[in-house]
Ligand binder design. Structure first.
Ligand SMILES: Nc1ncnc2c1ncn2[C@@H]1O[C@H](COP(=O)(O)OP(=O)(O)OP(=O)(O)O)[C@@H](O)[C@H]1O
Length: 265
């Protein structure tokens, strides 16, 4: 579904992603890793919002930077939510539906029910609470029944019941055949739905594999008492399904490299 080859993205001297080789299959993929690991950058490259500095990335077999049509099959929610301030939620969703060439009224009714938007849909977005912003931002990703939905931190800033509701909507849509790439520091509620998992750290693929195979590795990696004892990396496709192994280097001590600096992964 997503294929990256020797993918690099630099922002000036910051190497946000470096030599990323990965094949993300259909289904639900968890994209995990420490702050600054490169997750959002990977998502924006896959969406065609950023152009790779080197290498390539394909989404549904196409180059998302060059082929705007591929974006019609995709929905995305950003963190922090990327929303206009001075229009209502309804106006914003209507604008997105029209851009995708789908029936706005029908789509708004659908996502409004999915994410309980009705009570604030006609309110101006700059008057939303952070939870309302999050709900609207997630809802926008589902407009037009996309084949692939990217969600950046869908479970942040929402209450306990809403976590369960959002996980359940993701489960239902996945059941219908929609694929998901979910970036989430709160990933445990999503693990039962995950088919694949990728950990990016300091711009490199640190761990990747089928969720069932890497489950234990993930739990060890992100459990706070184990953080300083885990180190796993997978740098090419052949190694993708490998179980993590332990060493003394911490995933969370890594920071993105600057241009010219040697990799510490
Ligand atoms: N537009 C940008 N301009 C300059 N640097 C950027 C930009 N976007 C990301 N970076 C840098 O690239 C690196 C990777 O950032 P990215 O947002 O992809 O990480 P992340 O894994 O999503 O982090 P987090 O979990 O904190 O959201 C960071 O060092 C960040 O400061």
């Amino acid at each position: 579904m997503i294929e990256a080859k020797n993918l690099q993205k630099r922002f000036g001297p910051i190497v946000a992603l470096d030599d990323v080789n990965i094949k993300v299959p259909k289904g639900l993929t968890l994209l995990l890793g420490p702050n600054g690991g490169g997750k959002s950058t990977f998502m924006k490259l896959a969406l065609g919002l950023y152009r790779p500095t080197k290498g390539e990335i394909k989404l549904l077999g196409r180059n998302p930077w060059k082929d705007a049509n591929v974006r019609k099959n995709v929905g995305a929610s950003f963190d922090p939510p990327a929303l206009p301030k001075f229009v209502s939620g309804r106006e914003w969703l209507s604008f997105l539906a029209e851009g995708k060439g789908v029936d706005a009224e029908e789509e708004i009714a659908k996502v409004s029910e999915m994410f309980n938007l009705e009570a604030f849909l006609n309110r101006r977005i700059d008057r939303y609470s952070s939870g309302m912003l999050k709900r609207l931002s997630i809802a926008q990703a589902f407009i037009g029944d996309p084949k692939v939905i990217f969600l950046d931190e869908p479970l942040a800033n929402i209450d306990f019941d809403s976590v369960a509701q959002i996980v359940s909507v993701i489960a239902q849509e996945k059941e219908k055949g929609t694929s998901f790439v979910v970036i989430s520091h709160i990933w445990e509620p999503l693990l039962p739905l995950a088919d694949y998992a990728v950990v990016l750290s300091a711009g490199r693929v640190y761990l990747a594999g089928r969720a069932g195979d890497v489950k234990e590795g993930l739990e060890n990696l992100f459990r706070s008492d184990k953080l300083s004892h885990q180190h796993t990396r997978v740098t090419n496709e052949e190694k993708q399904d490998k179980e993590p192994s332990a060493s003394n280097e911490s995933l969370f001590n890594k920071v993105p490299r600057r241009k010219g600096e040697k990799s510490r992964v």
